[in-house]
Design a binder for this molecule. Structure first.
Ligand SMILES: [Zn+2]
Length: 282
């Protein structure tokens, strides 16, 4: 399997979910072996999209290096992983990619329009050799040996709008596009005021976020799946696991896990040399 980048440059503008305001993003082909890097064109600084550059994880996954940061990278990274892209430059003039439709499909469509380019280098993977698990309170996340890449997620929220949902996803490009990428991000109306006081969530709207108020979804007409919330949690996990820097060969098992635990899981995986091996993907 060859490494892959995109065939041409493509640019989009949109709203920054937390910072608010408009941000311009260009996706650009990158050289084999360079991985995914973010460039803050407004600061002239680069940040590799890697798990060991992750700082804050409260409101999406933030990567940071040398005084620059980029937040909410997970939806774009999910689309990158879903398209099986290894090398990509993401050029941003602000602190987040645009939120677009709050899903990964918006980014996937951009990547498809840019076209794909197979590189003259072999694609590598990180094969998990033994179970690695992290937990915090009642949340757990684990990577378990498997011959294929699969995601198992279970969530339980004390609102009838979500309740208990579980989903099992065996990775394929087609399956990602159909079953996971369209699932939108969601948020709770009662948290929005706190967020705004922290100067976050400024770009959240009923067009890009499923808004839960008590036991109802305010913009339920936007929903694409009955179990959209657990599918979005898998989307987030795929984006977070993409920060491993290479395709995982493992089963991800998440119970109420989020960005913080997902990042702790990758750090635990790479902390033990016996946990994994680097393989050439067949
Ligand atoms: Zn998300």
């Amino acid at each position: 399997m060859p490494r892959r980048t995109i065939a041409s440059e493509i640019t989009v503008t949109g709203t920054a979910l937390h910072a608010g305001g408009t941000v311009r993003m260009t996706l650009s082909p990158a050289l084999p072996g360079t991985g995914v890097t973010f460039r803050r064109s407004d600061l002239g600084l680069d940040i590799p999209a890697r798990f060991d550059r992750v700082g804050e994880t409260n409101l999406g996954t933030v990567i940071a290096q040398g005084g620059a940061s980029v937040g909410v990278v997970e939806h774009l990274m999910a689309a990158v992983a879903g398209a099986e892209i290894d090398d990509l430059r993401v050029i941003l003039d602000g602190p987040e990619p645009p939120i677009l439709d709050g899903d990964a499909l918006s980014f996937l469509v951009l990547l498809e329009r840019a076209g794909f380019h197979d590189e003259a280098a072999r694609r590598q993977g990180v094969k998990v050799l033994q179970r690695v698990e992290v937990s915090h309170k009642d949340a757990t996340a684990a990577l378990v040996p498997s011959d294929r890449l699969e995601y198992d997620m279970e969530i339980d929220f004390p609102t009838k709008a979500i309740g208990r949902q579980s989903f099992h996803f065996v990775f394929s490009r087609e399956g990602f596009r159909r079953d996971i990428a369209p699932a939108r991000t969601f948020g709770f109306v009662h948290e929005l005021e706190t967020l705004k006081k922290m100067n976050r969530g400024n770009g959240a709207s009923l067009d890009n976020t499923l808004a839960i108020d008590g036991n109802t979804v305010l913009n339920a007409s936007l929903m694409r799946f009955g179990d959209e919330f657990v599918r979005h949690k898998i989307l987030d996990a795929i984006g977070d696991m993409a920060l491993a820097g290479a395709r995982l060969v493992a089963r991800f098992e998440g119970r109420r896990s989020g960005h913080g635990l997902n990042n702790a899981l990758l750090r635990a995986l790479f902390a033990g040399r016996a946990n994994y091996e680097i393989i050439n993907l067949p």
